[in-house]
Structure formats: C-alpha cells, structure tokens
Write a protein that binds this ligand. Structure first.
Ligand code: OXD
Ligand code: MN
Length: 654
C-alpha cells in the first residue's frame, strides 16, 4: 500500500506530512543489510534517557543493528504515526464500522503463545523447576542453563533488526508512580507491539520521569526477520514478519531481563504481560513478600450497597474476561471490573490484602464473546481497539464464532485467513480460536472507580475455577488457608486454544499459572503457605467454582450472568453468614442457600453438588501421581497432608 493510499481515519493531514518526513528519515539511512556502528535516532532524544536506559538501548542496538531508533513518548501524535506506519506496511487495516478500530491478521504460523520455546534461565536448575520423579519432563516450566541461553541468544539476535526500526518503549506495569507498580523498557522492532503496548500498559515520557535512575526490567523483542533485498521470504506473510522456526522466549531473572525472538503474537511479544507481570513478577513477588497471579479482579456490590473485591484464577479460555465484566442477573447486584487477567497483590500494614491490575488494557480472546455472553466487552471494543486474527464483515465490522446472532443481514464474511464469502460449510472457523481484541480497560462501561488506585483494592475472597465437565461441584469453600492453597495446587481444566495444545483434555493447571510460573512450583507453594503463619494478616477466604459441569443434556448450570448467584453466596460467606456445610471436598452451600429466585430454567442442584465417590477416588489417585511425578520432594508437607485429608474424607464420607 502506498503512502498516499493510507487511510487517514486516525491520521490527520499534519500526521500525513509528519509521517512522510519520518519515513524518509528511516529510508535515508545507508543501504540495508549492512552491519552498522551508527544508527539514526528518528524520534526522541537518546541523551535525555536515564543513563542506564541509554546504556541498555545502545548495547542492544550494537547487537541487533537496527536502521533507526525511535524512543516512544506515548503521545497522541506518536499513536497516529504508528497506525499510519502499520497501515502502510499492510499489517493493519481500518474497520470502517467503528471508531479508530483496526484489524491485523498474522502469519498463520504465529498465532499463540509458544510454551515449548519459553524458558527460564537460572544458574541453578532447581531454582526454576522441581525435581520430577525419574527425571520426567517438567510441565511446570522449561529451564535452560545460562550458557545454553547465551548461545541460543547469540545465534538469534545479532543483526536481527537490520533494515528495521528499533522502538524503545518505557512502560509501567500498574498506575504510574504507585508503590505497587514496576517499570520495564521494551526494545522491539515491531510497530504492532508498540501500538499494542500503548493499550496494554502505560507508556512514554511519564514513565521515564518516574524511573529516574531506578531499576527496570529489560525486555528485548525482535520479530527475527531482518529486511532482506528479496523481502521477507521463506513463505512468511510479507505484512507479518516473524520467524516461527527460531522462536525463543527467554527469561533471565538473575539479570532482570527478558529476550523474545521470532514471534509477533501478543503473548510472546507484549513483554509486560505474561513474561514480566507473571513470570518475572512471580519471582519478584516471592523475593519481596507479595503475590503476582494469573487472576482477574472484580468488585461485587450487593443490594444493600456493600462492596467486596474478589480475585479469581482461571486457566486460559474459561471465561475469565466474561466473569470480570459480568452483568449479574440477580436483582440489586452490581459487578465492576478492575482487571481481567493479572493481579499483583500485597498485604498492607493493617494485614489487608490489596490488589492492583498491572495492565491498562484487555487482551481478550474474541471467539465466544458476544452481546449474550459479555455485553460489556462488546461495548468496550467498539473503539480504539486492535483486533488480531478475527474475521471481517463486508460492512467493515468484526466477526468471530459466537457472533452468529449479531451478523448484519446481507453481510458477507472474510475469514481471518482472507477467504472471502466465508461460510460455515467450509468447516473451518471464520476467526482463529485464539483471535484477540486489544482494548483500553478505561473504556469498559463497568470499569471500577478504584481500578487505578495506587494502593490497590482490598481483596476479601480468592476464587479458583476450571472447566470440569464431571464430578466437581458448582462451588465450594476451602476449610482454611492451607486447604485453599491445596485447592489452587490441584486446579485442573479442559485445555485451551491460547497455547499450542489441541484436543479437549483435562489438564493440570495449578493456580492457573502452569505456563507462567517464574520459579520452582514447590517453592511457589511454600511462599503461598507462608502467609498462614503470620497472624497479623487477614487471610481471604478461598473458593473453587465450576460453571462447566455437564449432564446428559449439556451444561447443568446456565453460567454467565447467573453466576452472580454463586457470587452472592460467596459474598455472604465472606460476611460470615452461616450458609455452608461440610462436605468431603470443602464447605458447600446449605441446600437452598444459593438464591435461585427468578431463574428461568430448571437447574438440577442435587446433580450440580453430587460428589461421586468413584470420581473423587480417582481424582485423589491422579493428584497423588501428579504431585509425586511433577513436584516430587519439592511438594510441601502441608500440601501432602491436605491430600491425605482429602483422601480420608472421600473414603469415609462419600
Ligand atoms: C492469555 C492466556 O492470553 O492466559 O491471557 O493465555
Ligand atoms: Mn491469561
């Protein structure tokens, strides 16, 4: 697409002129593909960077050899410029139906997180992974020695940005200046990453002003395809350079550093998210006595106007974003959203657990989101949003599986792969199952008024949940903190499209953190358990929910807004109401204590809470094997004890 054909929806004519000048600057660097000792600073001023940031940029520019360097200031002008460049490169196109919305379609080989190529590199292997039984492969992290990591990085990064611009993104995870926030600097050769980081985090000069000479996490990212005279080649999509065969996402906690190569897809390239906020975050959290978790944060207000905040961990693709933005059906209830993916939580000086959402946007899975399942997400994404790998309608809108009832009459669909007049009969999905919207959190109609509060919101309940088609009740409460930690450790769910796994198998996903642990899972459990011993802390109640139990006719529970009935029960439990009885697996609702008034469909509550002995016996057996095999001698005694207690209760009470 030529410069003159670029849509100026977001680009005013002044940005047009500015961008043309900017692009000339990029182009007039000397010939591409020549190793350089000099690069042009085409935006920003290297000399104004804090010394250690400047050093980090220069060091990596020397290795990656970009054509030019752009230091991001986070301004509106810069946003427009990036959108302009991305259009020009054919990476995004405008969606005429909405305001400032864009569609990117990736190379079909670059669509998800690549867990098998994601490593944590520490001197001591045992700092990263548990001693598994008989040396079986750990499912709880991949370790790489510093020597191997160094070699692998050396084989990839030198010269990787030739012909490209290196963007320098100063970003804050959490509200700028909050004592709970942390700063990172991402260097990337992808303008798509910059535009997305501008939504998902707070970026630019204000972050540098806060950083001064302080510490930051070093985040280096490259799509891994220097510009060659023959174009991108290797069958890779011209508008989405990437290098699938050499993908590597390395975390170097001892150097406070992340290096990601070969993928432009969000989970691998927006380094503030999973890499920093969870993997390195969990390490920092342990060191500093707090928690970095794969949890949504929601406010729940009851009909009396009392409000409580919950944090909830669900593996990918369990409707976490839906829950975070739920519209309760129970009259008088109100839900507000603080975050949909990650919670950083710390006990304050009064022993109250407080949480911030380190992100500033939602990078949500699109398929399955609709006016029926998540109207608030649909309302959020109608402006200022970058969609990736969704399908497009002929009237310039978006489409994905689940939007069938929202398709305008006569509209035709172009699939994420560019197939025009797509129809169901092709038996391929219109949108990639892991297609995403990347949208500013502040636009969510039910965003919580405290969502950017620097001290965080008080958390009174922690919820674990997974997709469990069989045997697991709608809700139960842990007997105490240790049991709650066990419940988190035992979390399982049907697998997800967010990673490489294909079929629907129930997989272990402890704390919904399996792909995101930054350190040895046994040590992680010790860290969680350690809070039990501090009697100054107000430990939140811990619950487990399962919206996905199936009977012969499908799901037993209607889910979505009706989940407010379960929230109501948990809310009352947090308030100390006597509405629970003991069961073999935990405290479950006293019959009749879940408010079903006004529920349109018949629900078989007996079946929803039935605890089949054979199911739980095999669950215990399976958990025992899993812990023995995957955690081995690193399993804390208290977790072992909880498992024994569960086994005994299943034996004697079911
Ligand atoms: C995500 C995930 O992308 O959990 O949020 O995979
Ligand atoms: Mn997630």
């Amino acid at each position: 697409m030529g410069v003159d054909k670029v849509n100026t929806q977001a680009a005013s004519s002044s940005i047009d002129m500015f961008a043309t000048h900017y692009l000339k600057e990029v182009a007039c660097s000397s010939s591409k593909l020549q190793p350089k000792s000099n690069y042009r600073i085409i935006y920003g001023n290297l000399n104004r960077l804090p010394k250690q940031v400047r050093f980090y940029v220069e060091e990596n520019a020397k290795v990656c050899q970009p054509e030019a360097i752009h230091i991001c200031d986070g301004s509106e002008k810069e946003k427009d410029l990036l959108l302009y460049i991305l259009q020009k490169e054919g990476t995004i196109k405008p969606l005429a139906k909405y305001e400032n919305c864009w569609l990117a379609n990736t190379d079909p080989a670059d669509v998800a997180r690549v867990e098998s190529r994601t490593f944590i590199s520490t001197e001591e292997r045992h700092d990263t992974i548990t001693r598994t039984k008989g040396g079986v492969k750990s499912m709880l992290a991949n370790w790489m020695s510093p020597q191997d990591t160094e070699e692998a990085l050396h084989a990839r990064f030198p010269g990787c940005m030739m012909g490209r611009t290196m963007y320098v993104i100063p970003f804050s995870m959490g509200p700028v200046g909050s004592p709970l926030s942390k700063i990172g600097i991402e260097l990337t050769d992808s303008a798509y990453v910059v535009a997305s980081m501008g939504i998902m985090t707070r970026i630019g000069q204000k972050v540098l002003d806060t950083l001064k000479e302080g510490e930051f996490v070093k985040c280096l990212h490259s799509v891994g395809k220097p510009v060659t005279s023959t174009g991108v080649a290797d069958g890779i999509k011209e508008s989405w350079p990437c290098n699938p065969k050499d993908v590597m996402i390395a975390h170097l906690p001892e150097r406070n550093e992340i290096c990601s190569f070969g993928s432009g897809y969000g989970g691998n390239s927006l380094l503030g998210k999973k890499c920093f906020a969870l993997r390195l975050g969990s390490i920092l959290a342990r060191r500093e006595g707090w928690l970095a978790e794969h949890m949504l944060i929601m406010g729940v207000e009851n009909p009396k106007g009392e409000k409580k905040y919950f944090a909830a961990a669900f593996p990918s693709a369990c409707g976490k974003t839906n829950l975070a933005m739920m519209e309760p059906t129970l009259p008088g209830y109100k839900v507000t959203c603080v975050g949909d993916d990650i919670a950083w939580m710390r006990f304050d000086k009064n022993g109250q657990l407080r949480a911030i959402n380190p992100e500033a946007g939602f990078f949500g899975v699109a398929p399955g989101t609709s006016m029926k399942t998540n109207p608030n997400a649909m309302r959020t994404v109608m402006k200022n949003t970058i969609f990736t790998n969704v399908a497009e309608t002929s009237d310039g809108g978006v489409y994905w599986e689940g939007m069938e009832d929202e398709l305008p009459d006569n509209a035709t669909i172009t699939s994420w792969l560019g197939e025009e007049e797509w129809s169901k009969s092709t038996e391929k999905p219109a949108a990639h199952p892991n297609s995403r919207f990347c949208t500013p959190a502040g636009q969510c109609p039910i965003i919580d008024e405290q969502w950017e509060s620097p001290e965080g919101v008080p958390i009174e309940g922690i919820i674990f949940g997974g997709r469990r088609p069989e045997g697991v009740p709608l809700v139960y409460e842990a007997f105490d903190w240790n049991h709650g930690v066990f419940v988190g450790a035992a979390l399982k769910s049907e697998a997800t499209a967010a990673a490489e796994h294909k079929a629907k198998v129930v997989m272990h996903d402890p704390f919904a953190m399996r792909p995101f642990f930054g350190y040895n899972f046994g040590h992680y459990l010790d860290h969680w358990l350690s809070f039990q011993d501090n009697n100054k802390l107000k430990l939140p109640k811990v619950f487990h929910v399962n919206w996905f139990r199936k009977g012969p006719k499908g799901f037993l529970w209607p889910g979505f807004g009706e989940n407010s009935r379960v929230l109501d029960w948990m809310f009352r439990r947090v308030n100390g109401e006597d509405c629970a009885i003991k069961s073999a697996v935990g405290l479950i609702p006293v019959p009749g204590s879940i408010d079903l008034s006004g529920l349109k469909e018949e629900v078989d509550m007996d079946e929803l809470f039935r605890l089949p002995k054979d199911f739980w016996q095999s669950e215990v057996r399976e958990l025992k094997n899993y812990f023995e095999e995957q955690v081995g001698e690193d399993l804390p005694v208290n977790i072992q004890r909880e498992l024994q207690k569960l086994e005994q209760r299943v034996q004697s009470e079911l």
